[in-house]
Design a binder for this molecule. Structure first.
Ligand SMILES: NC(=O)C1=CN([C@@H]2O[C@H](COP(=O)(O)OP(=O)(O)OC[C@H]3O[C@@H](n4cnc5c(N)ncnc54)[C@H](O)[C@@H]3O)[C@@H](O)[C@H]2O)C=CC1
Ligand SMILES: NCC(=O)COP(=O)(O)O
Length: 334
């Protein structure tokens, strides 16, 4: 089955590597049917990549083989690569909003986001800690958002996301673990075609608490969630020692690891495979993926002066997975 619905790719922070990656991704995909369009300032696409301004996603299909389709959305302040300006936050946010609108209306197969700098948006008054929470609000499902990072070797899901470690510990509840695990289980079936998902539950403490000697959250918070999940038919492990559960011998025994906090999940994934890691938001009515890396201000440059240091591999993986997820969902509707 070929999905002809194009993917909407957002601007991200215009001073980051997003514009350069959009151009690189088009070069790589222009002769395939992995069609996407970019929502951002057409003037930022450089390096000899032809641009064709479109006004609706449906126009992307006929344009894509010859030029990068762009819904032109100018920035308010001059864009200096590597030097983010909060004045341009309004365009960054508007690009995300429009992409979500296209996905909700069925005009786009899904949304792929280029990286944003959280602190830059915060300086401009943006009230969300990241895309994940903002997208849930735009889709009117706040609190149901679940972040998954996926690579060919590993899928991880942090139960708590963009909060300090201290706050993450305080906000860890059996209810949240149960909700995140149920949504992950459902997404593995719906979006990845895994009929009977196997889930690994991480412990929180060293040695998963060592029978209560090194912490009791495994017994008081995590295990009650595990028992409830099992009563609902979810195939989930007891809390596993976090230091060994990501080893090469452990990984083949599960389809995704449920982790207690952001870095417990993202450190193993990015260490194993930052180049192909993809960030996926589960729990939304739309498909949303993103590269696993950030804005990389340290290497951002205009394409004309670039040394070509930014790799588009994670963005390409994000586009491919968005298309695959969209196909799974379209197939399920038939
Ligand atoms: N999905 C998103 O919107 C994400 C946004 N961020 C944001 O990015 C900003 C910078 O975060 P950092 O922690 O510095 O992480 P980063 O991923 O932007 O950079 C870390 C290192 O990896 C390199 N790098 C990143 N992407 C690369 C690529 N495609 N090709 C080659 N090298 C690459 C960078 O040059 C840097 O040395 C932060 O403000 C953060 O909020 C971070 C992660 C995800
Ligand atoms: N560390 C992952 C990250 O920052 C991505 O967050 P989001 O912007 O996709 O919510």
């Amino acid at each position: 089955m070929i999905n002809r619905l194009p993917i909407a790719l957002t601007l991200g922070d215009p001073a980051g590597i997003g514009p350069e990656l959009a151009a690189a991704a088009w070069r790589e995909l222009r002769s395939t049917n992995q069609i996407f369009f970019w929502i951002g300032p057409a003037s930022l696409i450089e390096g000899g990549v032809p641009v064709n301004r479109i006004s609706a996603p449906a126009e992307a299909d006929s344009v894509f083989a010859h030029a990068l389709p762009v819904i032109d959305m100018p920035c308010h302040a001059p864009v200096v690569p590597g030097k983010p300006d909060p004045l341009n936050a309004v365009t960054t946010v508007a690009s995300i909003e429009l992409a979500v609108q296209f996905a909700l209306s069925g005009e786009a197969g899904g949304v792929v986001t280029n990286p944003i700098a959280k602190h830059v948006l915060a300086q401009a008054g943006f009230p969300y800690p990241g895309h994940t929470e903002f997208l849930a609000a735009l889709c009117r499902v706040p609190g149901r958002e679940v972040m998954m990072l996926a690579s060919p070797e590993l899928k991880v899901v942090p139960v708590t996301i963009h909060v300090s470690l201290r706050h993450a510990l305080d906000s860890l509840t059996s209810e949240r673990i149960e909700t995140v695990t149920r949504l992950t289980n459902a997404a593995l079936k719906r979006d990845f075609g895994i009929a009977s998902p196997r889930l690994a539950m991480a412990g929180l403490n060293p040695h998963a608490g060592e029978h209560g000697m090194m912490g009791t959250e495994e017994q008081t918070i995590i295990m009650p969630a595990v028992e409830r999940l099992r009563s609902l038919g979810v195939n989930v492990s007891d809390p596993m020692p976090p230091d060994t559960m990501f080893s090469a011998t452990a990984r083949p025994h599960y389809d995704a690891a449920i982790c207690m906090y952001h870095d417990q999940a993202l450190i193993p994934l990015k260490t194993l495979d930052m180049a192909q890691g993809v960030n996926i938001t589960l729990g939304l009515p739309i498909v949303r993926t993103s590269p696993d890396h950030g804005t990389a201000f340290d290497i951002a440059s205009s394409v004309t002066s670039t040394a070509g240091r930014a790799s588009a591999s994670s963005l390409l993986a994000a586009i491919r997975i968005a298309i695959e997820m969209s196909q799974h969902r379209l197939g399920a509707k038939k």
